[in-house]
Design a protein around this ligand. Structure first.
Ligand SMILES: Cc1cn([C@H]2C[C@H](O)[C@@H](COP(=O)(O)OP(=O)(O)O[C@H]3O[C@H](C)C(=O)[C@H](O)[C@H]3O)O2)c(=O)[nH]c1=O
Length: 182
Protein backbone atom coordinates (compact mmCIF):
# COMPACT_ATOMS: atom_id res chain seq x y z
CA UNK A 1 0.00 0.00 0.00
CA UNK A 2 1.28 3.44 -0.92
CA UNK A 3 0.01 6.42 1.13
CA UNK A 4 0.22 9.84 -0.53
CA UNK A 5 -0.67 13.20 1.05
CA UNK A 6 -3.03 15.36 -1.00
CA UNK A 7 -2.93 19.18 -1.06
CA UNK A 8 -4.46 18.91 2.43
CA UNK A 9 -1.98 16.65 4.29
CA UNK A 10 -4.58 14.92 6.48
CA UNK A 11 -6.56 13.81 3.41
CA UNK A 12 -4.61 10.80 2.16
CA UNK A 13 -4.69 9.01 -1.19
CA UNK A 14 -4.05 5.27 -0.87
CA UNK A 15 -2.87 3.02 -3.69
CA UNK A 16 -3.34 -0.63 -2.68
CA UNK A 17 -0.95 -3.35 -3.83
CA UNK A 18 -2.73 -5.30 -6.57
CA UNK A 19 -1.93 -8.98 -7.16
CA UNK A 20 -3.03 -9.90 -10.67
CA UNK A 21 -3.07 -13.38 -12.16
CA UNK A 22 -4.90 -15.40 -14.80
CA UNK A 23 -8.04 -15.43 -12.52
CA UNK A 24 -8.20 -11.67 -12.05
CA UNK A 25 -6.77 -9.68 -9.11
CA UNK A 26 -6.59 -9.48 -5.32
CA UNK A 27 -5.94 -6.44 -3.12
CA UNK A 28 -6.25 -5.53 0.54
CA UNK A 29 -8.52 -2.50 0.88
CA UNK A 30 -8.15 -2.02 4.67
CA UNK A 31 -5.46 -3.31 7.05
CA UNK A 32 -5.34 -1.70 10.48
CA UNK A 33 -1.57 -2.07 11.08
CA UNK A 34 -0.55 -0.58 7.74
CA UNK A 35 -2.99 2.31 8.14
CA UNK A 36 -1.85 2.94 11.73
CA UNK A 37 1.79 2.97 10.59
CA UNK A 38 0.75 5.58 7.99
CA UNK A 39 -0.82 7.71 10.74
CA UNK A 40 -4.44 6.63 10.13
CA UNK A 41 -5.47 4.80 13.33
CA UNK A 42 -9.10 4.63 12.20
CA UNK A 43 -11.69 2.40 13.87
CA UNK A 44 -14.65 1.79 11.53
CA UNK A 45 -18.19 1.06 12.69
CA UNK A 46 -20.25 1.32 9.48
CA UNK A 47 -19.82 0.36 5.83
CA UNK A 48 -21.84 2.04 3.07
CA UNK A 49 -22.49 1.26 -0.59
CA UNK A 50 -24.25 3.59 -3.01
CA UNK A 51 -24.86 3.21 -6.76
CA UNK A 52 -25.25 6.24 -9.01
CA UNK A 53 -25.41 7.04 -12.71
CA UNK A 54 -23.33 9.47 -14.74
CA UNK A 55 -23.36 13.16 -13.67
CA UNK A 56 -24.95 12.34 -10.32
CA UNK A 57 -23.35 14.49 -7.63
CA UNK A 58 -23.84 13.45 -3.99
CA UNK A 59 -22.83 15.94 -1.30
CA UNK A 60 -21.33 17.88 0.19
CA UNK A 61 -22.38 16.21 3.44
CA UNK A 62 -21.13 16.19 7.01
CA UNK A 63 -22.41 15.62 10.53
CA UNK A 64 -22.12 18.11 13.41
CA UNK A 65 -22.19 15.25 15.93
CA UNK A 66 -20.53 11.89 15.45
CA UNK A 67 -18.31 13.44 12.77
CA UNK A 68 -17.39 10.61 10.41
CA UNK A 69 -13.97 9.77 9.08
CA UNK A 70 -14.40 7.96 5.73
CA UNK A 71 -12.28 5.56 3.72
CA UNK A 72 -13.83 5.75 0.25
CA UNK A 73 -13.29 3.77 -2.95
CA UNK A 74 -15.01 2.81 -6.17
CA UNK A 75 -16.01 -0.79 -6.92
CA UNK A 76 -17.13 0.03 -10.47
CA UNK A 77 -16.79 3.17 -12.55
CA UNK A 78 -15.09 6.49 -11.81
CA UNK A 79 -15.77 9.53 -9.61
CA UNK A 80 -14.22 12.89 -8.82
CA UNK A 81 -14.16 12.79 -5.01
CA UNK A 82 -14.00 15.97 -2.93
CA UNK A 83 -13.32 16.76 0.74
CA UNK A 84 -13.70 20.24 2.30
CA UNK A 85 -12.03 21.12 5.61
CA UNK A 86 -14.69 22.44 8.04
CA UNK A 87 -12.44 22.67 11.12
CA UNK A 88 -11.98 26.26 12.25
CA UNK A 89 -8.76 25.31 14.07
CA UNK A 90 -7.21 23.82 10.93
CA UNK A 91 -4.60 25.60 8.75
CA UNK A 92 -6.53 24.26 5.73
CA UNK A 93 -9.94 25.50 7.00
CA UNK A 94 -12.20 26.18 4.00
CA UNK A 95 -9.88 24.48 1.55
CA UNK A 96 -10.84 21.51 -0.66
CA UNK A 97 -9.06 18.53 -2.19
CA UNK A 98 -10.32 16.55 -5.19
CA UNK A 99 -9.11 13.18 -6.51
CA UNK A 100 -10.13 10.86 -9.34
CA UNK A 101 -11.01 7.43 -7.92
CA UNK A 102 -11.86 4.56 -10.24
CA UNK A 103 -12.13 0.79 -10.49
CA UNK A 104 -9.18 1.11 -12.90
CA UNK A 105 -6.79 3.08 -10.69
CA UNK A 106 -8.14 1.33 -7.58
CA UNK A 107 -7.27 4.40 -5.54
CA UNK A 108 -8.90 5.02 -2.16
CA UNK A 109 -9.17 8.27 -0.22
CA UNK A 110 -9.00 8.71 3.57
CA UNK A 111 -11.06 11.69 4.71
CA UNK A 112 -10.67 12.36 8.46
CA UNK A 113 -13.53 13.48 10.73
CA UNK A 114 -14.20 17.21 10.30
CA UNK A 115 -14.60 17.33 6.51
CA UNK A 116 -17.58 17.67 4.20
CA UNK A 117 -17.57 14.98 1.51
CA UNK A 118 -19.08 14.53 -1.92
CA UNK A 119 -18.43 13.06 -5.34
CA UNK A 120 -19.36 13.48 -9.00
CA UNK A 121 -19.95 10.37 -11.12
CA UNK A 122 -17.92 10.37 -14.36
CA UNK A 123 -18.74 6.90 -15.70
CA UNK A 124 -22.03 5.38 -16.84
CA UNK A 125 -22.52 3.86 -13.40
CA UNK A 126 -20.64 3.89 -10.10
CA UNK A 127 -20.65 1.58 -7.12
CA UNK A 128 -19.27 3.75 -4.30
CA UNK A 129 -18.10 1.78 -1.28
CA UNK A 130 -16.87 3.30 1.97
CA UNK A 131 -16.14 2.75 5.64
CA UNK A 132 -17.13 5.25 8.35
CA UNK A 133 -15.60 5.84 11.79
CA UNK A 134 -18.91 6.85 13.34
CA UNK A 135 -22.60 6.14 12.90
CA UNK A 136 -25.07 7.93 10.64
CA UNK A 137 -26.72 10.75 12.59
CA UNK A 138 -29.46 12.26 10.40
CA UNK A 139 -30.38 14.80 13.11
CA UNK A 140 -26.97 16.44 12.87
CA UNK A 141 -26.36 15.90 9.17
CA UNK A 142 -25.76 19.11 7.18
CA UNK A 143 -25.30 19.90 3.48
CA UNK A 144 -22.77 22.38 2.10
CA UNK A 145 -23.78 23.70 -1.32
CA UNK A 146 -21.66 21.76 -3.83
CA UNK A 147 -21.23 24.64 -6.29
CA UNK A 148 -20.84 27.54 -3.87
CA UNK A 149 -18.67 30.05 -5.82
CA UNK A 150 -16.78 31.00 -2.64
CA UNK A 151 -15.57 27.40 -2.26
CA UNK A 152 -14.63 27.30 -5.93
CA UNK A 153 -14.52 23.50 -6.28
CA UNK A 154 -13.43 22.66 -9.84
CA UNK A 155 -15.90 19.86 -10.57
CA UNK A 156 -15.08 18.27 -13.96
CA UNK A 157 -18.55 18.87 -15.42
CA UNK A 158 -18.46 19.48 -19.20
CA UNK A 159 -20.16 22.59 -20.59
CA UNK A 160 -23.85 21.96 -21.21
CA UNK A 161 -24.06 19.12 -18.65
CA UNK A 162 -26.21 19.56 -15.52
CA UNK A 163 -25.19 17.71 -12.35
CA UNK A 164 -27.96 15.44 -11.07
CA UNK A 165 -28.45 16.26 -7.38
CA UNK A 166 -31.03 15.38 -4.73
CA UNK A 167 -33.54 17.95 -3.47
CA UNK A 168 -31.58 18.04 -0.23
CA UNK A 169 -28.31 18.78 -2.02
CA UNK A 170 -29.96 21.38 -4.26
CA UNK A 171 -30.79 23.27 -1.06
CA UNK A 172 -27.38 22.98 0.53
CA UNK A 173 -26.12 26.02 2.45
CA UNK A 174 -23.44 28.34 1.08
CA UNK A 175 -20.06 28.35 2.80
CA UNK A 176 -20.83 31.62 4.60
CA UNK A 177 -23.96 30.18 6.24
CA UNK A 178 -22.91 26.73 7.38
CA UNK A 179 -22.17 25.58 10.91
CA UNK A 180 -18.46 24.73 10.92
CA UNK A 181 -16.56 22.52 13.37
CA UNK A 182 -14.06 23.34 16.17
C1 LIG B 1 -25.82 8.32 4.57
C2 LIG B 1 -26.91 7.36 5.00
C3 LIG B 1 -28.16 7.40 4.43
N1 LIG B 1 -29.12 6.52 4.84
C4 LIG B 1 -30.43 6.58 4.20
C5 LIG B 1 -31.13 7.92 4.33
C6 LIG B 1 -31.90 8.07 3.05
O1 LIG B 1 -33.19 7.49 3.18
C7 LIG B 1 -31.11 7.25 2.03
C8 LIG B 1 -30.28 8.10 1.09
O2 LIG B 1 -29.53 9.01 1.88
P1 LIG B 1 -28.76 10.22 1.22
O3 LIG B 1 -29.60 10.80 0.12
O4 LIG B 1 -28.30 11.13 2.31
O5 LIG B 1 -27.53 9.46 0.56
P2 LIG B 1 -26.21 10.17 -0.02
O6 LIG B 1 -26.60 11.40 -0.78
O7 LIG B 1 -25.45 9.11 -0.71
O8 LIG B 1 -25.43 10.61 1.28
C9 LIG B 1 -24.05 10.34 1.45
O9 LIG B 1 -23.40 11.20 0.57
C10 LIG B 1 -22.07 11.57 0.85
C11 LIG B 1 -21.24 11.23 -0.37
C12 LIG B 1 -21.46 11.06 2.09
O10 LIG B 1 -20.24 11.10 2.25
C13 LIG B 1 -22.30 10.57 3.18
O11 LIG B 1 -21.90 9.26 3.56
C14 LIG B 1 -23.75 10.57 2.90
O12 LIG B 1 -24.27 11.82 3.30
O13 LIG B 1 -30.23 6.40 2.79
C15 LIG B 1 -28.88 5.58 5.83
O14 LIG B 1 -29.75 4.78 6.20
N2 LIG B 1 -27.63 5.53 6.41
C16 LIG B 1 -26.63 6.40 6.02
O15 LIG B 1 -25.51 6.30 6.57
Amino acid sequence: MIFKRTCMPEVVLIEPQVFGDSRGFFMETWEARKFAEAGIPAHFVQDNHSRSSRWVLRGLHYQLQQTQGKLVRVGEGEVFDVAVDLRRSSPTFGQWAGEYLSAENRRMLWIPPGFAHGFLVLSERVDFIYKCTDYYDPASERTLLWNDPELGIEWPIPAGVEAIVSEKDRHGLPWRSIETLP
